[in-house]
Design a protein. Structure first.
Length: 82
């Protein structure tokens, strides 16, 4: 009747290879290369990422403290009422 669903079109000059999912290794070299590579990448980008986070943390805590201070009443304003 026609071509199968997986090969409906024929593309010339392009070679594609495939491997069965049952023959692939899910996590090749995960512990020997993957984890050390992760630590290296974190170390390389830490100096770019950490200072803004530290700065925003200090700004956030300062702003929260100032907000809590501004919500309180000043005791000196109510001394003559006693």
């Amino acid at each position: 009747m026609g071509r199968e669903f997986g090969s409906l079109i024929r593309v010339r000059h392009i070679i594609s290879y495939s491997l069965s999912p049952f023959e692939q290794k899910a996590f090749p070299h995960y512990f020997s290369k993957g984890i050390p590579n992760m630590f290296r990448r974190v170390k390389d980008s830490a100096l770019r990422v950490a200072p803004p986070f530290i700065g925003f943390y200090f700004i956030y805590t300062w702003g929260t403290q100032e907000f809590e201070k501004s919500k309180r009443k000043k005791p000196s304003d109510f001394e003559e009422e006693k």
